[in-house]
Write a protein that binds this ligand. Structure first.
Ligand SMILES: Nc1ncnc2c1ncn2[C@@H]1O[C@H](COP(=O)(O)OP(=O)(O)OP(=O)(O)O)[C@@H](O)[C@H]1O
Length: 420
């Protein structure tokens, strides 16, 4: 599909990382900075020009720390494209990888506070999103959490502005609602107003966010398995917010009540919503050091890796000692003369490194490794090491032992130690 020629002689497309209703997203290499970026493409002949709108919104949102950094845009004979900062996983994929496909309260609240700000920033420039869903929020690599100027940026970013709608007129006033506007968005997260074909306003983005929050916490929404849009609408009507919030801190009910009480033209109180969630976060005993779920998973994984490496190291060390001591005993039985491989620290290290590499590969394909208590391992290994040292010491300390190098590089040792 692509000629392989870098876009503007600068960005070489690598892999497809996303595909949506409006286009395709690729990771690409910036030949100038050597950094990876994201490129969103849309066919030039597409009659709905979502990418043009998206381009304009991303550029206007650059003041916000909750969106991707705009890098460039352009077109070739087949495609229009936007080059932007490459984010990490979207929230849908992150949630899917959690146990029971749900986030903890701490992670959900932290993300929600950021998402409220992202939505507020978009509203401030006069647009509503109309497609708030987990696939449209991405996590910024923490490495990039500061701009070149050193300004700290948000961890959670909003993207995909192809369905946005301008709700403010040129005087900054809310445009009057159309009688019938038609359904917009993704059925699972769309507000009831959208199902009823009403003009969507700022409240509707937040109502979609509310559904997202419930889904992040419960794993799924009551209409999760329903495909038919009409049936989803009825399920939303039948499932009261009270029911959905019943096991959650009361702040979630207050959150819903605030947005549900808004009229089309009303401005949501974003600050109040953030405050509600933050209060609940503090009450639950979390603080700024509380980690996101995937960061904890990462730590557990790396702990497992470390323990596994340690376990292998100990095993290798044990094996080499056993080989040496059993060879030693066999040989001295036979002829009062032994041949010891010259296992210098270096050799042992090389063998260990190789086996550790193999272990790493094995681990990459296995997700169910046991966590080993490394402190216990340390103690076990230490004891055997002493036994090993003892035998070696006996050999080395024997005044009568002589050693000569053979042509194969092995040490031929004539031994008269106390064991013999
Ligand atoms: N800047 C980015 N960095 C990393 N991944 C991205 C970026 N932009 C988009 N993606 C990935 O591509 C997916 C689709 O992107 P986007 O939602 O912008 O496309 P779309 O065609 O409008 O999709 P949809 O029709 O599903 O709304 C996202 O869910 C995300 O996983």
């Amino acid at each position: 599909m692509f000629s392989g020629t870098p876009l503007k002689q600068r960005w070489t497309l690598l892999n497809k990382i996303g595909r949506g209703g409006f286009g395709e997203i690729y990771s690409a290499l910036d030949l100038e900075t050597k950094e990876h970026v994201a490129v969103k493409m849309e066919r030039i002949d597409r009659h709905k020009r979502a990418l043009v709108l998206e381009n304009s919104i991303i550029r206007r949102l650059q003041e916000s720390k909750h969106t991707t950094k705009f890098i460039s845009s352009g077109r070739n004979t087949e495609y229009k494209y936007i080059v932007m900062e490459l984010l990490g996983s979207n929230l849908w994929n992150l949630k899917k990888n959690q146990p029971n496909s749900r986030f903890t309260l701490a992670t959900t609240i932290k993300l929600s506070v950021e998402m409220i700000s992202a939505i507020e920033d978009l509203h401030k420039i006069g647009y509503i999103h109309r497609d708030i869903k987990p696939g449209n929020f991405g996590i910024r690599n923490s490495r990039r959490s500061k701009t070149e100027e050193g300004i700290s940026q948000s961890y959670c970013c909003i993207f995909d502005f192809g369905l946005c709608h301008k709700y403010l007129d040129s005087d900054g006033k809310v445009k009057p609602a159309r009688e019938k506007a038609g359904f917009r968005g993704t059925a699972r997260y769309a507000s009831i107003n959208s199902h009823e074909g009403m003009e969507l306003g700022r409240r509707d983005d937040l109502l979609s966010l509310f559904y997202m929050i419930i889904e992040m916490l419960n794993g799924e929404l009551p209409w999760h398995r329903i495909k038919n849009q009409e049936k989803i609408y009825h399920s939303k009507k039948n499932n009261t917010n009270k029911e959905m919030c019943k096991d959650l801190p009361e702040e979630f009910t207050l959150f819903f009540e605030h947005i549900n009480g808004l009229k089309f033209e009303d401005e949501p109180n974003y600050k109040y919503l953030r405050k509600l969630l933050t209060e609940s976060y503090i009450k639950l005993g979390f603080d700024e050091n509380t980690k996101y779920d995937w960061e904890i998973n990462q730590e557990v994984k790396s702990q497992k890796r470390k323990s596994q490496k340690l376990k292998l190291k100990k095993k290798n060390s044990r094996d080499s000692k056993q080989i040496i001591s059993s060879n030693f005993l066999e040989d001295i039985d036979k002829k009062n003369e032994i041949i010891l491989p010259s296992l210098s620290d270096n050799n042992i290290q090389q063998i260990n490194e190789k086996q550790l590499e193999e272990a790493d590969e094995t681990e990459a394909s296995s997700s169910t490794m046991e966590v080993v208590d490394s402190s216990q391992e340390e103690a076990d290994g230490g004891m055997e090491s002493n036994e090993f040292d003892k035998i070696f010491k006996m050999i080395n300390e024997d005044n009568n032992s002589q050693s000569v190098s053979t042509h194969s590089g092995m040490k031929k040792t004539s031994c008269k130690c106390i064991i013999c």
